[in-house]
Design a protein around this ligand. Structure first.
Ligand code: APR
Length: 245
């Protein structure tokens, strides 16, 4: 995408914004080749539904099966690299006076691209979390064959991601909602806007007076709230913004 294709007024709005919030979803990682949550259900895993692999009940029922699936996802994600969309967001965060990155992605690619202090709304694939006491720790050996016991309570530890039916970590929710309510502009990038409560963040920002920008390949339920819509691959449109900001 050329910078000339960016919506009129967007660059001025970004330059004048004091507080900028980025909300990212799987579309930002798509061009790194990260299989989306549903893409990962292929091959040996095709016969499973997400609810059989990504819920507390599934982990209680068959911890080894769930662990094996996440070990495969960790292997896949560790093998890819941040793409120009991640790098552009990290550059914007370095250039703009006050930004907050809220990501629904669990792949850690924003951090590998240089973003710091990201709010990981759905956790991080490369950590472990105990469903008994909540203890969280780095994943340790990525090829650990079985879920490790929690050092605090002895329960089995699963991946540190937020499963269907689990609450968003309190600190993540509080930081995201505070940032959105204080924002001057929010950019919803590569998210379908279907999964709550993350999908409500742009509306929280808009009610606080923020402008809403959507960066996506196609319209989503967020498009109607957007003041600016940038249609195209994030790995092209975000660098185009960086190039002229
Ligand atoms: N550039 C911009 N947008 C893109 C690109 C791209 N290259 N590729 C895909 N998209 C858009 C799609 O059009 C879609 O709107 O990214 C969005 C991806 O939507 P989802 O796969 O639903 O991802 P996300 O919105 O992050 O889902 C939220 O649901 O799957 C669960 O917990 C998982 O965090 C995830 C949550």
């Amino acid at each position: 995408m050329a910078s000339a294709d960016l919506p009129a007024g967007l660059l001025d709005a970004l330059r004048q914004a004091g507080r900028v919030v980025f909300l990212t979803g799987a579309g930002v990682s798509a061009e790194s080749g990260v299989p989306t949550f549903r893409d990962a259900l292929t091959g040996l895993w095709a016969r499973f539904r997400p609810e059989e692999l990504a819920t507390p009940e599934a982990f209680r029922r068959n911890p080894q099966l769930v662990w094996d699936w996440y070990r495969e996802r960790r292997r896949q994600v560790a093998a890819v690299a941040p793409n120009p969309a991640h790098c552009a967001i990290a550059t914007l965060q370095a250039r703009l006076p006050h930004t907050l990155l809220v990501t629904q992605n669990v792949d850690g690619l924003h951090q590998r691209a240089g973003s710091v202090d990201a709010v990981e709304f759905h956790g991080n694939l490369f950590t472990n979390r105990c469903r008994g006491c909540g203890h969280t720790a780095p994943q340790g050996d990525p090829q650990l064959a079985a879920p490790p016991p929690c050092p605090e309570c002895g329960e089995l530890m699963g991946p540190g991601v937020v499963w269907f039916g689990e609450a968003i970590p309190g600190e993540a929710l509080e930081r995201a909602w505070r940032g959105a309510s204080e924002a001057d502009i929010v950019l919803a990038i590569g998210t379908s806007g279907l999964v709550t409560p993350a999908a409500s963040l742009p509306e929280v920002a808009r009610q606080g007076g923020a402008l809403v920008v959507e960066v996506n390949l196609q319209p989503t339920p967020l498009s109607a709230q957007a003041d600016f819509v940038v249609t195209g691959p994030a790995a092209q449109s975000l660098p185009a913004i960086v190039a002229v900001l």
